[in-house]
Design a protein around this ligand. Structure first.
Ligand code: 1YM
Length: 676
């Protein structure tokens, strides 16, 4: 393992965004900055083994890979702080995973509070408060958001640490968090420095079959190199762990000086973009503020994504830095629209419209980040929003101004998304409204099961007993039945208030679903045919005329469009032997009797008192079955609408003398009346 400590500090890469705490504070570089006292010790590791979920969020594959994240994050901290230039990750056939860096090396001097122990042993065997170090002691904090490498140690069957520091190589071994050897000097380490942590996760915690997934570890390691362009990450994996067609190589070196720009390019390779240029940039640390790096493109044909990071730690649940990104992009785009005289068009834009199809990577480095949520996957630090918003808004302003045609394309594209969004919401509203309308159907209505109006029929019947018969006789799929009780209100003579309060007519309107008067919408009508089915007597005719008047006054369009019908139930049944026929009215009955019917024997005549007393089969066959029934369509004679209105008013209106005059005019012709 000695030979792994290859590079010297002089090989360090370009300046890094965040300076090490000690360097920044005391102005003296290197390992002398460390004071063991800055490690705040809490307690032993027993709680970690007893309740691992409290520390790493579970014991599943995610938790297992968190162990790796913790270790590599410590090495990344060292690189980001400017002390290390490369990191090596190797996955061994035995299941051991090792991470090495060429940083300062973990401190090995005696710990002031525990003079018998080295700082290294304290780091590895004790839980530490609020991060690895006391507040302000360290610029970045990685890993499990502060739980520390001692948690990895506690959950490893075996773990060994090697430190090359002060020209000397040290080693100490542990099992399940307890030292199995003292910190030992194992040799000289001239021109070498750094830390190596090699560990095997404990099968008692993660299960016998738990193994690191090479592809996942590979991706995590490569991601770190993208997130911090100043580090080189060397990858090695035992070939036996890789399948034959493995996409993961046994060895690789990751070094991406282009940082997030390279990362995004790899992520969206082959995708068509809305604007051909990618919006990238970085703002280095200024004063006490952190630094920001981003790469953003808009995909023309695919869903977008935002991947955010804080101190190279992924924040899959977003947080304040993502919020800053969204507001910056929206505001800058709206400002740009205003500058080019398009403010009105851009007015309706929201962050969702700008973020649709937006593929964004954002990485920030700040001191003492605070994470939130079950898995600590959300950044909470409020300052991060201001940091990102400030950095991105200016930069995006410039980017838009510098490339007007790209900016125009992006603006148009976002406005289209906004229009699409408004359209979708309206469609949803309409769907919701009709769902609500359906829900509020009157209780008396026995609706049909077909949801579409096409081919559906509504039978309006008089009274509950007729309603019961009609419900039995109907075809449930296409025929609905609404029973009304007794005589309905006469619309032509009622006041508006009375009309509005009338429950029966209210039920009818609700069942129809299309509204009335100026609000009538024929596309909302829930049935194709509205069939008035009243008894074949004078009362039935009166109720039918009241209903027709109602439709004529309230929903004339429904009549004009041919939706209103009258059913023609029979008044008599004539039986001769096994044969039955039905007669519509007296004239029809007489005609049948005169013809002598056709069968043999005496003809028996029965008069139906009402639909409610008609046997189900008879009602179905004579009146409701579309294949056998007769329907009369109610129509307003074309070209004569003025006289129709006049007649309706005369017969149904509020002046009884008009009706009386009508009867008097026609009295001489009323021969039949004497018959009753
Ligand atoms: C393979 C994992 O852990 N490297 C590492 C860890 C530390 C240091 C350097 C380090 C930090 C400081 C001073 C400091 C750690 N230090 C501590 C503690 N690689 C890996 N490299 N000297 C060395 O922050 O001041 C914990 S880890 F607690 F000592 F600060």
């Amino acid at each position: 393992m000695n030979d792994l400590f290859g590079a010297s500090p002089s090989q360090r890469g370009k300046p890094v965004p965040v300076k090490a705490k000690a360097t920044a504070r005391a102005g003296t570089p290197g390992e002398a900055d460390y004071t063991a006292a800055s490690i705040e010790v809490l307690e032993g590791l027993e709680p970690v083994r007893r309740r691992p979920g409290m520390f790493i969020g579970g014991t599943d594959a995610n938790a297992l890979h968190h162990l790796f994240a913790e270790v590599i994050d410590n090495a990344m901290d060292e690189a980001v702080a400017g002390h290390a230039t490369f990191i090596e990750v190797s996955l061994e056939e035995t299941g051991f995973l090792s991470v090495l860096d060429n940083g300062r090396g973990m401190p090995v001097d005696p710990h002031p509070k525990f003079p018998k122990k080295s700082a290294l042993e304290v780091i590895m065997t004790m839980l530490h408060a609020g991060g690895k170090f006391d507040s302000g002691a360290y610029e970045t904090s990685g890993g499990l958001h502060g739980v520390g490498v001692s948690v990895v140690n506690a959950l490893s069957e075996e773990l060994e640490v090697e430190v090359a520091r002060g020209q000397t190589l040290y080693r100490q071994s542990f099992a399940r968090g307890r030292p199995t050897s003292a910190l030992a000097t194992v040799g000289k380490a001239p021109n070498r420095r750094g830390t190596k942590v090699r560990f095997l996760p404990d099968p008692k915690i993660f299960g016998e079959k738990a193994r690191f997934d090479p592809a996942r570890v590979f991706k995590m390691a490569r991601s770190k190199a993208y997130l911090f362009g100043g580090v080189e990450i060397r990858w090695r994996c035992a070939p036996s762990l890789l399948g034959e067609a493995a996409k993961v190589p046994a060895e690789a070196v990751f070094h991406f000086p282009g940082g997030l720009k390279d990362y995004l390019a790899a992520d969206i390779e082959g995708e068509a973009l809305v604007a051909d240029q990618v919006f990238t940039g970085r703002v280095e640390k200024t004063g006490k503020h952190g630094s920001v790096e981003w790469a953003i493109a808009w995909l023309a044909g695919a869903d977008g994504f935002v991947h955010s990071y804080c101190n190279t730690i992924p924040t899959p649940d977003g947080g304040t830095h993502e919020a800053g990104l969204r507001t910056a992009l929206l505001r800058a785009l709206k400002d740009h629209a205003e500058r080019i005289g398009q403010a009105k068009r851009a007015n309706a834009l929201t962050t969702d419209d700008v973020m649709a199809g937006c593929a964004a990577l954002i990485s920030i480095f700040i001191r003492e980040p605070e994470f939130q949520g079950q898995n600590k996957g959300r950044l909470q630090t409020a300052e991060a929003a201001r940091l990102v918003d400030g950095a991105l808004r200016d930069a995006f302003d410039h980017w838009l101004a510098a490339a007007p045609s790209q900016a125009a394309r992006l603006l148009d594209w976002s406005i289209e998304r906004a229009e699409e969004r408004v359209r979708r919401r309206m469609e949803k509203d309409v769907a919701r409204k009709s769902a609500v309308r359906k829900l509020r159907l009157p209780g008396k209505l026995a609706d049909c099961t077909n949801s579409s109006a096409q081919g559906s029929e509504l039978f309006i019947v008089e009274g509950d007993s007729a309603g019961g018969s009609a419900k039995q006789a109907r075809d449930r799929a296409s025929q609905a039945v609404l029973p009304l009780r007794g005589k309905i209100l006469n619309v032509a003579s009622a006041t508006r208030d009375k009309l509005a309060q009338n429950q029966q007519l209210g039920d009818l309107m609700q069942a129809l679903g299309a509204g009335s008067g100026a609000q009538y919408r024929s596309q909302d009508l829930r049935y194709d045919k509205i069939i008035i089915m009243t008894d074949a007597d004078v009362d039935g005719a009166h109720i039918a005329s009241l209903l027709i008047t109602f439709f004529y006054r309230q929903t004339p369009q429904l009549i004009q469009e041919g939706h209103l019908y009258l059913a023609v139930p029979p008044l008599y049944r004539l039986t001769q032997g096994a044969k039955s026929v039905y007669a519509r009215d007296d004239a029809h009955k007489d005609q049948l009797l005169r013809s002598g019917f056709t069968g043999r024997g005496q003809i028996e005549v029965s008069r139906f008192k009402g639909l409610g007393e008609m046997p189900t089969r008879d009602l179905r066959e004579t009146t409701m079955d579309p294949a056998k029934r007769t329907l009369l369509r109610v129509a307003v004679v074309e070209g004569d609408s003025a006289s129709t209105a006049e007649t309706v008013e005369r017969l149904m209106g509020s002046k009884p003398e008009a009706r009386f005059a009508f009867i008097q005019e026609r009295a001489p012709k009323a021969v039949e009346l004497l018959d009753v």
